[in-house]
Design a protein around this ligand. Sequence first.
Ligand SMILES: O=C(O)CCC(=O)C(=O)O
Ligand SMILES: [Fe+2]
Length: 239
Amino acid sequence: MPPPVPFHHPVIRGMTFCPRLLPQSLLDTLLEHIDEEQWFDPLNGRNQVMRFGNLPPWLSQLVKISRDLLPNKLRERDPAFDQMIANYYDPGQGLRHHVDLVRRFDDGIVIASLAGSCVMEYRPAENKAEDMCSHILPSHDSVKSEQTHCQQTRNSVQNSKVAAKCPLLGEATQSTTIPILLSPGDVVCLSGPARWEWEHGIPERLEDEWENKRIPRGTRISITLRKLLPDALLMPCDG
Ligand SMILES: O=C(O)CCC(=O)C(=O)O
Ligand SMILES: [Fe+2]
């Protein structure tokens, strides 16, 4: 198996995609910790966990690998990430297309897929504050805390512009949707235009079509690492 090579997306500028970057041993360790700490309880609607400030020490290898994907100008920041969100998706659940909150999180967001696969869609942002603040599909019903902080943000951030000017729109129009298959171990880093000017989301469906094959959705677990902006509102943490 050739070593994983980061791939700079030719259209989604600022996206680095690295398939199979996380070795199976790391995935197993991360999933064991998540299990031990009982982060998720989908039967009781707990399918999202956030952490702020110091991240759990057992995330340090993932943090290091993620930091290495950041562009040079962000790689030296300290800490590289001080916010984490872990998501659990049952088959069929999705994530509303969104740009991560622009007044809360800095550039350089890393999404690591730990278990299950799905197709994540990317499309040029619609430039609506509303879209940034209620991004989880209703079926992904764990997200009361996210919605609470989104409500706070909505109150405090009125009509911020995500993509006041999007240089890509000449080549990628609002209707351009770029699907990317995310499998366990794959890591995506979003910076620059990919972070500020493109939305990402996961359609609600039980299987994805990829290269003429049907890929059933299993249970999916992801970890997203972000850096809070210095004046970001502190939001309630769900545990
Ligand atoms: O679950 C994922 O893969 C992505 C999560 C995400 O985009 C977010 O929480 O903002
Ligand atoms: Fe996101």
